[in-house]
Write a new protein. Structure first.
Length: 241
């Protein structure tokens, strides 16, 4: 298991440098097979970007153990960091590293506009795999070379997507439904102008995030990196038709 990002890997993530379509990865790099990436890709089909990841185990089988409180709770995630500017999905321009994520976290719900489990209550669905756009950035408070979902300082009013869930984070809850089937995770994301994604660089990551015990900035840190498709977060994938 890769605990945190090295400074070299972080520099590579920030700089990008796509040169290939799809990333093949050797199996056996993660302790839990559900998060052991064997392939990651992002393609364009019509007006949609299709985020795809294959793992050596059964995708989505393992979820965090509930702790009963928001503070100190965990989030498990399948993540596609990209070079797409956050402004393309409603955040401030160059706000950080835009990533699409598919997450599960049984101790809280952060999709207030959506009822993922279909029981009529939109506030109890955190343990169902669901999608987010997040904007990531480094914060030494999370650990050396570690990333976090960027916090919104008290009183700040940055540009945010219409489906922002109200958390003090650069996070969006657009309601795109992921499909977890066998060894794959796939998510189809519509764009008004999908050309903004074409040619972007990306990588594939599986990770664990943790809510700060004080529920304060940094609120949500990347605590564990289970696997990285490229091995070094160099974003070698290139979005193509």
């Amino acid at each position: 298991m890769v605990r945190l990002l090295s400074s070299v890997a972080l520099a590579a993530l920030l700089s990008g440098g796509a040169h290939a379509h799809g990333i093949d990865a050797g199996a056996g790099n993660a302790a839990v097979a559900d998060f052991d990436i064997v392939h990651a890709r992002v393609t364009i089909e019509g007006s949609e970007a299709v985020f795809h990841m294959a793992v050596s185990g059964r995708a989505g089988e393992t979820k965090p153990t509930p702790v009963g409180t928001l503070a100190g709770s965990e989030v498990f995630a399948y993540v596609w960091p990209t070079s797409v500017d956050p402004a393309e999905v409603g955040f401030e321009e160059k706000a950080g590293i835009l990533a699409m994520t598919v997450t599960a976290h049984p101790d809280f719900d952060d999709t207030p506009l959506h009822d993922e489990n279909g029981d009529g209550d939109p506030a109890n669905d955190g343990d169902v795999w669901h999608s987010h756009w997040v904007v990531l950035g480094p914060d030494e408070a999370c650990g050396e070379g570690a990333l976090k979902v960027i916090d919104i300082p008290e009183g700040a009013k940055p540009r945010l997507p219409k489906t922002w869930p109200g958390l003090p984070l650069l996070i969006d809850s657009p309601g795109f439904e992921p499909a977890l089937d066998g060894q794959t995770v796939e998510l189809r994301v519509p764009f008004a102008d999908v050309s903004v994604v074409k040619g972007a660089s990306y990588d594939g990551v599986t990770s664990g995030l943790r809510v700060n015990a004080n529920v304060h900035a940094p609120l949500l840190c990347v605590a564990d990196v289970f696997d990285v498709a490229s091995g070094d977060l160099s974003l070698p994938g290139k979005v193509a038709d």
